[in-house]
Every structure is written in C-alpha cells, then in structure tokens.
Design a protein around this ligand. Structure first.
Ligand code: HGY
Ligand code: MN
Ligand code: MN
Ligand code: MN
Length: 405
C-alpha cells in the first residue's frame, strides 16, 4: 500500500488557512488559490502526470495521453469564507494518492486517467457555484461568467486575466466533456448519515435541487437620531421579517433555507440604511417543493416591504436541478467500496458538487468519507485520518474496477 496521503495533505493544509480561526479563505484567482494550484501542479508533475489548464481555468493532470473514454477523478481547492479544509481538497489529495496506490499495485491504465481541479466550485468570490464545471458543460454562458463580480467589483474576466489566463477563451468545451468516460468525485460527507450508519464510506444517490436568489430591499437613508419611527422607510425591517419567513417556510416544507450573506448600505451605525441586499440559499428534496419555498419567501419579502414603505426586488442568481446519479454506477461503486460486509450506504446530499454539474452529460459517481461532527463550510470540518486513508484505498479500488484492472 502506497501511503502518500499524509505527505500530500501536510503540504496543502497550510495554503489559505487563516491563523485567527484555522478556517480557510481560498478564493478563486487570489494568491492563496495560485499557491494551491501551484501545489497541485507540482504534486502531479512529480508523479509524471501531464498538467494542462483548460480554457476555463480547470486543471487536468493526465496519466497517459489525454484521450476518449478517460477515467477522471478530482474535486476543487477553493473554499467558502472561513471554510473547512476537507471540502474539495480531500477529493483532490485522495485522487493523487490513489494514483500512487494504483502504481504501487502495478496497475497500468488501459485508458487515459486524469485528476482534475475545478475552479470556483464554491462560488464564494463570484457568486455562482460550480462555475468551472458549468462553463465546461455550457451550463452558464461565457458572457454571464465574464461579468460576474466580487465584493470589490472585480469581474471574473479581470481576475482570470490577472492570473494569466485569457477570459475571451472561456466557454463550453464539448471536446473536453466528450473525453470524459466516467467522473468519480470523492468528498467529505457534509452531514452525519455515515456516522449514524457506522460506516467510513458511502455513495451519493442524488443531489437536492438548490439555488441562490438575491433579495434587494430599498428604503430611505436618514439620520438614526433625528428621524421619527413613523417617518422611516427602513429596509432592515422587511429584511429581518424575511429571514424569519425563510426559516418558517422551509420548516413547513421539510426544506432548508439560509440567509448567510448580507450587504447593508451605507452600513453606518448612526444611519438608517438606504438598501439591504441579502442572498437566499434554498434547497429541497424536489424541485416543486423548492419552488414553493422560494415563492413563499419572495412573497413574504414583498408583503413586508409594502408594509414598511420599502421597495423589493428578487433575482435568481443560480439554480441547480435535482441530480440523480446513474444507479448502475452507484450500485457498482457501493459494492466495490462496501467490501465483504456488503454494499456501502447510499445517501442523498443537500450539497452541490461539480459531479452534479457533470452528471447532466457524463457517467458520474460520488463517494463520501465520514465526517464525525457533520460540520462543513466551517473551520471545525474534519475527517479522521483512518477514514481518509480508507477513502484513498476505496478510490483506488473503484478506479481499478472501472479500469478493469
Ligand atoms: O454550496 C454547496 O452546496 C457546495 O458546497 N458548493
Ligand atoms: Mn462546499
Ligand atoms: Mn465541495
Ligand atoms: Mn452627524
């Protein structure tokens, strides 16, 4: 058994980690991202893999000549603000370690194999999740992507150009998608299903439909001390009522709704805001329920804004339909990683992934590694070393099985 996981993990772990909280801030096209991409390129090159950057900024490290029916595995290296260290990197590090494991077993792939890193999976800087895989598959137009901006108004095009890539080349890459025979993504579980099942590993059955909506509340800026309450058009009030409405609506429909990002303008202690801009992240087991929840929240926002003399507008910024992974592939992988005591658990996820984007056009399967606390998108995200190593062995088993080795 080759055991390079720890060495790979130790080299990547410090990149983008915040001293204050231990969480990660690895936003696309920033210095931390460049450092993470350089780490990946060096680690892959050290393994004799040929690294190429596609027109959208995704990284592909090839074992053998790039070609049709490739077996591809990987994930992402970017994070949410103050995120955990496993969401994304566990899939990338495990893929490189699985290549080492396959080599140690004497496997020589009869078909091309690639390890990938998709760019801007979290959408933490530019607002649309899975941007690299959406561009690759044509699930977002290059025009829309080029114009996406971060909190400082820097566009995707500008940030990409500053990182040395040509934003005029971005867009669907049908040749690159056709080349993928099967995509396998290993990911830390973002929940506690595997803990409850007492299993280190699991396989995804589906990704819940989910999306992001921007909610704008526009009122009248004024002095906090001299403006009578009756004379106010304070956008903070309908915003606050909408946060509570989102929770109540989601609860009533067994869905989830989160408002975790808010921008207040002008954001002064002694100034009644002129505008509150908030983002709703909503997810549900099916699309009809998701639509009901989002309609309920935006209706509540409109009603509340009317009551407070505030104008309201809501915009859908991204939407991911339900993904059901191919059952034959799902069951095959569950059998391979389940080992002698039977198939591994199969579970849905409320988290979006590049595997979900690719599933629309490629045979795709996702494997999960147990997360003892279930916490994710936070510094406490963690997986036991023994479970990480089990994930590498299982990924190598799955790749070997899919290679017919
Ligand atoms: O938001 C998500 O579900 C994913 O982590 N991008
Ligand atoms: Mn994530
Ligand atoms: Mn992820
Ligand atoms: Mn004053």
């Amino acid at each position: 058994m080759s055991d390079t996981f720890d060495e790979l993990w130790g080299a990547l772990a410090p990149v983008g980690r915040q001293r204050t909280t231990g969480g990660y801030r690895r936003f696309s096209w920033t210095a931390a991202d460049a450092e993470a991409r350089a780490w990946f390129t060096a680690a892959a090159t050290d393994r004799g893999l040929t690294v190429e950057t596609d027109r959208n900024g995704n990284l592909w490290a090839w074992w053998g000549e790039p070609g049709p029916d490739a077996l591809v595995t990987g994930s992402h290296l970017d994070s949410v603000p103050d995120g955990g260290g496993y969401d994304g990197p566990l899939g990338v590090v495990s893929a490189l370690a699985a290549v080492d494991e396959l080599r140690a077993r004497g496997v020589r792939p009869a078909r091309p194999l690639a390890v990938t890193v998709f760019v801007e999976e979290e959408g933490a800087r530019f607002g649309v999740a899975c941007l690299g895989s959406r561009l690759l598959t044509g699930a977002i137009t290059p025009e829309r992507a080029r114009g996406l901006t971060d909190a400082d108004g820097i566009t995707w095009a500008r940030a990409m150009a500053d990182a040395g890539l040509d934003p005029d080349r971005i867009g669907a890459d049908p040749e690159a998608v056709r080349r993928i025979g099967t995509f396998v993504e290993l990911h830390i579980e973002q929940g506690r299903h595997l803990v409850h099942r007492g299993s280190a590993l699991g396989v995804a059955s589906a990704v819940w439909p989910h999306g992001r909506w921007r909610l704008d509340f526009t009122g009248q800026a004024d002095h906090a001390g001299t403006t009578r309450l009756a004379d106010r058009n304070d956008p903070m009030l309908p915003f606050a009522e909408t946060v509570l409405a989102a929770r109540a609506t989601a609860e009533a429909h067994d869905a989830v709704a989160t408002i975790g990002k808010v921008q207040v303008h002008p954001n002064g202690t002694n100034a009644i805001p002129s505008r509150v801009r908030a983002w709703l992240d909503a997810r549900a087991p099916d699309e009809a329920t998701l639509r009901t929840v989002v309609d309920g929240v935006t209706a509540a926002a409109r009603r509340s804004s009317g009551r407070h003399g505030v104008s309201h507008a809501s915009f859908q910024e991204s939407f991911s339909p339900v993904v059901r992974f191919r059952e034959d592939l799902r069951d095959r992988v569950a059998a391979v990683i389940g080992g002698p005591d039977g198939s591994a658990p199969v579970l849905p996820t409320g988290a979006g992934h590049d595997a979900g984007t690719l599933a629309a056009s490629t045979a795709t399967v996702m494997m999960f590694v147990r997360n003892p606390s279930g916490v994710s998108h936070a510094p406490d995200e963690y997986a036991e070393p023994a479970d990480c190593h089990a994930g590498v062995t299982a990924l190598a088993d799955v790749l070997a099985d899919l290679l017919g080795a």
